[in-house]
Design a protein around this ligand. Structure first.
Ligand code: FES
Length: 577
């Protein structure tokens, strides 16, 4: 019998480009006006390249160039690439905080994909929130997707000293404030820290999210660590172009890669890399979009006991360039393989376990052996108690062991402005054992939940050599920051969480081993204080800000909008003409 003629595979983009009459004429004609076609119209998969390039986002400034390598890969694999911009979220410039715009950017990604003839998407991200925003948007329309990160900057260098983004800013700032660093030196260090394209080269939020994307299999091996300016990142971008075409042809959507197992692997890996606390809110939000059940308790159960093996700032000594030369994430994952789900899938079609075959570590100082970890507890600890009924988080690898079980009197700052006005007051009633409490920096209180939780210590204590104190807030902290810092207290003070009831002089107990965070004030007194609470003034009376504060969920739910949780089918929509 003769072979049956093969049915040509049909893709979503054919609903635009493959039609007869005016419904095909109009999209084709206008695309021809850009010089595209006829290959764009012959039924091959159309690959969107979702680009967060922007001169307002220095970490992502090289992504247009990287997109060219993705395009080459797509074309070689028989697809047709079309690049499109989406809102870019640059940490160093955006106010009040990029986190306020993560959900907005994710909506733009989702709706741009949904509204256009796109069959699969390569997500080009870098600076912190760009990665979760793009993954969340792609997850909500469940399209075949690959993430390509911009990669970390080269290591900073200043007078023979290696500088880590963010982490060393905090050190320099303390030295400058206390007169140990001159203004001229401070300015010189500024130029020496960020000396190439790329994202922060510490294990901050950008490197954490790029590494976790790799761990989840939604990015290619070594996506997290190859430096932004290394030619091998271009090669990785080209490979991603190849892979996305295969994913589209195979009907492998993002939810088939980002399974519960993938998310669990990410939590374990986050512990082993000493990853950012910001990963908690981003993964919870991503899981919500995918419909995968994931809670704060999973973070504690799966990640808290994982040893931190990667000796990178802010928890350790080295930087992302060193991590790459040491073997990067595959070498690290091989060391913790028994804790991982090795059968989890990846975008290139292998399993996570297959990825690790042949992975080697070339520097045991940077990627430590299991018997010689940077910290026994690398993951995120989840605390609960009458001060945080829905939970709070702490990163033990960045904290001081002596403060992990601490009882001290609260020194309360009602707002960030209050904190800034008083922290360096020589008469501030503070001592080394005080617990610094900052209110009104949660998702609603300081819209977007800014990275102010790692409060700089009072100048008079720094001058006396104090390097760490217990700090508690409903805000976040930069992934490049460190200290015994309790974050993401939920529910937040601005919506009436118990943090709102704390007063200066109250005793607070932090018990990391017991996973407790308690305010030692009787229930009657707390009820009396609650009755005196005044509702917070709204920050916005219109626009996106009002939508944000009206719809944002609390930290333990990932700070996503209620109405964005979940995903919906990428079905054909109504015609526009
Ligand atoms: Fe962009 Fe750190 S500021 S990655």
């Amino acid at each position: 019998m003769p072979d049956k003629p093969k049915m040509k595979q049909s893709f979503r983009s054919a609903e635009w480009f493959g039609r007869e009459g005016k419904y095909g004429f109009i999209p084709r004609s206008w695309m021809r006006g850009q010089g595209f076609g006829p290959e764009l119209f012959d039924g091959r998969p159309v690959i969107g390249i979702c680009n967060t390039w922007s001169e307002l986002n220095p970490c992502n400034r090289h992504l247009r160039e990287l997109a060219e390598y993705v395009k080459r890969g797509v074309l070689l694999a028989g697809g047709y690439p079309l690049e499109f911009p989406v809102m870019s979220l640059g940490e160093p410039l955006m106010r009040p905080t990029t986190m306020m715009f993560r959900n907005l950017a994710s909506m733009e990604v989702e709706e741009t994909i949904r509204a256009n003839p796109i069959d699969g998407v390569v997500l080009l991200a870098g600076c912190d929130k760009t990665t979760p925003a793009l993954l969340m948007g792609a997850a909500s329309c469940d399209i075949p997707s690959i993430l390509v990160s911009g990669g970390p900057m080269l290591n900073g260098r200043f007078r023979g000293r290696e500088l880590g983004s963010g982490t060393d800013v905090f050190h320099f700032d303390e030295e400058y404030r206390t007169g140990r660093l001159s203004k001229a030196d401070y300015e010189e260090a500024e130029a020496a820290m960020s000396r190439s394209a790329g994202s922060c080269m510490t294990m901050g939020t950008a490197s954490t999210m790029a590494s976790l994307a790799e761990a989840m299999g939604i990015a290619l091996p070594l996506n997290g660590a190859i430096p932004a300016v290394d030619a091998r990142r271009r090669r990785l971008a080209e490979q991603a172009g190849h892979c996305i075409v295969s994913l589209v042809r195979g009907g492998v959507t993002i939810s088939k890669i980002l399974t519960r197992a993938a998310l669990e692997n990410a939590i374990v890996v986050n512990g082993a890399i000493g990853g950012s606390t910001n990963a908690v809110v981003h993964l919870l939000a991503l899981a919500g979009r995918l419909g995968v059940p994931l809670t704060l308790d999973d973070w504690d159960r799966l990640g808290a006991g994982v040893p931190c093996l990667v000796d990178l700032k802010p928890s350790g000594r080295f930087l992302m360039e060193d991590f790459y030369y040491a073997g990067g994430l595959p070498a690290l994952m091989k060391r913790i393989a028994p804790r991982l789900c090795l059968s989890a899938p990846t975008v290139e079609g292998a399993t996570i376990g297959e990825r690790l075959i042949g992975a080697e570590c070339y520097n045991d100082e940077v990627i430590r052996p299991l018997e010689h970890p940077v910290a026994e507890q690398g993951g995120i600890v989840v605390l609960r108690g009458n001060l945080a009924p829905e939970g709070a988080v702490l990163k033990p690898s960045a904290a001081s062991p002596r403060l992990m079980n601490h009882r001290g009197k609260a020194l309360v700052f009602e707002t960030v402005d209050d904190y800034r006005a008083r922290i360096d007051d020589p008469d501030l009633p503070v001592e080394e054992n005080s617990v610094l409490v900052l209110k009104s920096v949660g998702p609603v209180g300081y819209p977007g939940m800014p990275e102010v939780g790692n409060l700089v210590l009072p100048a008079k204590l720094v001058a006396r050599g104090v390097t760490d104190m217990v700090r508690i807030s409903d805000g976040r902290m930069s992934g490049t920051a460190y200290g015994t810092v309790v974050l993401h207290v939920s529910p937040e003070s601005a919506v009436g969480g118990p943090l709102a009831l704390v007063r200066t002089g109250d005793e607070i107990v932090l018990d990391v081993a017991g996973r407790r965070l308690d305010l030692l004030v009787g229930d009657d007194e707390l009820s009396r204080r609650r009755a005196e609470l005044k509702p917070a003034e709204p920050h916005f009376d219109r626009g996106y800000g009002a939508m944000f504060t009206g719809s944002v969920q609390q930290a333990h739910l990932g700070v996503d909008f209620e109405f964005l949780v979940g995903k919906s089918e990428l079905k054909r929509s109504q015609e526009s003409f």
